[in-house]
Design a protein around this ligand. Sequence first.
Ligand SMILES: [Zn+2]
Ligand SMILES: [Zn+2]
Length: 286
Amino acid sequence: MLKFNYHSHTNYCDGIYTAEEMIKSAIEKGLCYYGVSSHAPLPFDTDWTMKNEDLNQYVDEVLYLKQKYENRITVLVGLEIDYLPDLESFSIKDESMSRIDYIIGSVHFLGKLNDSTRWTVDYDKKEFEKGIRESFDGDIMSAVKTYYKLIGDMAETIEPDIIAHLDLIKKNNFGNYFFDDSEVWYIETVRNCLETIASTKSIIEINTGGVARGFMTEFYPSDRILREVLAMKIPVTISSDAHTAENVAFGFDDVLVKLEDMGFEKIHYLTENGWQESDIRSLKWQ
Ligand SMILES: [Zn+2]
Ligand SMILES: [Zn+2]
């Protein structure tokens, strides 16, 4: 069966396993293509991104593993890069970038807190509440609209291969705690963002990582958004956003079933010769 995953983390960032342990698990689980995509370095400290001085070694290591396991799996070297419009992400200019097969573009940061540190929407509910209060004067609608505007801007300016966890902003919104995702303003905000993405070459991932890590009960993006993705013919791929070796292909089969039920016909996957598309139905039967 054609099985793949391009969104995965290692001990170079906030994963606990080495790239080799992750690749070995991908082989065991029958993946044909596996991309390593640790969080790229940032020009300030975090406890979840790679250090700038490690970037070259990271690329060297994954390229070495690519050769070591080439008869068993196709390994690709990627990076998950944060979009920070006020700071040109310097990692993009690093010479190591010429050795990268693909990039995943993410928006984790939105505004700044009172202590002038950057607020990330990827933490817990308490931090989310604090960010809305300190960065957006308590205006959740403004925060959500800014988040999707940044995703659209990232697609237009960087055009990453893959757009990560499109509706990450819902991470702490279980039970519509902060906003109602069925309201017109939300649907239109997301639609505008999707229209921008549709005009680029970027691919949207169906990301199972939130469910795998127990944060979420549904994948990113939601079914409602996926229906719009389908209507706009935006290409999709499946990602586990794995932070552990056990989860390298988490939910892959469930996503295939879901996509087929919704009416998706094609799925994108990356090879040494670039992005290809496969018929979902044939993929399920392989
Ligand atoms: Zn991410
Ligand atoms: Zn990730």
